[in-house]
Design a protein around this ligand. Structure first.
Ligand SMILES: [Zn+2]
Length: 289
C-alpha cells in the first residue's frame, strides 16, 4: 500500500515523466558509416528499413530517440507520437467519405483512387468473365474493400494448376507497385488469345492478384499524405509469420490486422501455390526465401 502511495506521489510530482513512457516515435537517422550503424544498434529501438542510401528508419520510445539525438546522431522525426497520429488520421478519415461518388470509365493514366479501382476492376471482370473474376476478401481497418482478382481459363473453377499469388502496396505509400499490378491484370486479360505467352500462362496457371493490400495507407490524406501503415498504425509487412514478434508497429499478434488476416485466409486455401510476390516500390531489391 505504502509503495502504491509513494508511486502515486512520484507520478503526481513528475507527471511528465509518467506521460513520457509509451510514446512511440518514428524517425530517420543519418548513418554515415558502418561503425555508426553498429553504435545505433546498441540503442533499444526497432529498425524498420533503410531509407535511401544512408538513412535507417527506426521506431522507439520518444526518450530513447532523444538519447540517440543527444549522442550526436542526425535525427529527422517522421511521426512524433504514433498513437496520436493514428487517432488524428482516423478522425480525419471519419470526417470524409471513404468512397467517392461512382465514377464512369476509368483508364490507367493516373494513380487510381480506391473507388476508381473498384470501378476499373468490375468493368474488366465484366468484359472478360471467362478468364477474370473479382472477389472481396475483407475490409481494411477504416472499412475499405480488399479486392482479390483471379485470372485463369475456367475462372469459376479452382483447377489443379500451379497457382501464383501477388499482392501489392502492403505499404500504402508505395504506389508504383499498386498501378503495376493493375497493368499486369490488364495485360493478361487483354492479350489472352492474341499473345501466345499470355495465353499459355492463363490456360495453365491460376493467378491471384491483390492489387492494393493497404487501401487506408494509400489514401492521400491532405495533412499526412499516404502512409506505410494501416489505420491501426501497423506496418503490415511486419505482421506476417517471417521474423514476427509483438511490437507497436508489428501488431499485437500474428495477422492481428483485418488486412493481414484476409491475406492469411487466401494463403490457407487448398491451392497449389508455387510462386508468390509481394510488390513494393521505392528501392531496387529482390528478396528471395
Ligand atoms: Zn515496402
Amino acid at each position: 500500500m505504502r509503495k502504491t502511495v509513494l508511486l502515486l506521489a512520484i507520478l503526481l510530482v513528475f507527471p511528465a515523466l509518467a506521460m513520457a513512457k509509451d510514446v512511440t516515435t518514428v524517425a530517420n537517422v543519418y548513418i554515415p558509416n558502418v561503425a555508426t550503424l553498429a553504435y545505433l544498434g546498441t540503442f533499444d529501438v526497432q529498425f524498420e528499413e533503410g531509407e535511401g542510401k544512408d538513412y535507417a528508419r527506426i521506431v522507439g520510445d520518444r526518450e530513447v530517440i532523444e538519447d540517440i539525438r543527444l549522442a550526436g546522431f542526425e535525427v529527422e522525426i517522421l511521426i512524433d507520437d504514433l498513437a496520436a497520429w493514428v487517432e488524428a488520421r482516423r478522425k480525419a478519415i471519419e470526417s470524409r467519405p471513404k468512397e467517392q461518388a461512382p465514377v464512369g470509365d476509368v483508364d490507367l493514366d493516373h494513380y487510381l483512387t480506391h473507388t476508381e479501382m473498384g470501378t476499373y476492376l468490375n468493368d474488366l471482370a465484366t468484359a472478360y468473365p471467362d478468364i477474370m473474376s473479382l472477389e472481396t476478401i475483407g475490409e481494411s481497418v477504416s472499412g475499405r474493400a480488399l479486392y482479390l482478382v483471379k485470372i485463369s481459363d475456367n475462372v469459376g473453377t479452382n483447377e489443379a494448376e500451379p497457382a501464383f499469388f501477388m499482392e501489392a502496396s502492403i505499404h500504402g505509400d508505395e504506389i508504383a507497385c499498386y498501378i503495376h499490378s493493375l497493368y499486369t491484370i490488364e495485360w493478361l486479360v487483354t492479350n489472352y488469345g492474341a499473345d501466345d505467352a499470355v495465353t499459355d500462362i492463363v490456360d495453365n496457371t491460376e493467378i491471384f492478384i491483390e492489387p492494393l493490400t493497404n487501401p487506408d495507407g494509400n489514401y492521400d490524406d491532405p495533412t499526412w499524405g499516404r502512409s506505410r501503415y494501416n489505420d491501426n498504425g501497423v506496418d503490415m509487412n511486419r505482421n506476417n509469420g517471417y521474423m514476427w514478434y509483438p511490437s507497436t508497429t508489428y501488431g499485437t499478434s500474428l495477422h492481428s490486422e483485418p488486412e493481414t488476416a484476409a491475406l492469411a485466409h487466401v494463403w490457407a486455401r487448398p491451392q497449389p501455390y508455387v510462386l508468390g510476390i509481394s510488390e513494393h516500390s521505392g528501392t531496387i531489391v529482390v528478396s528471395l526465401p
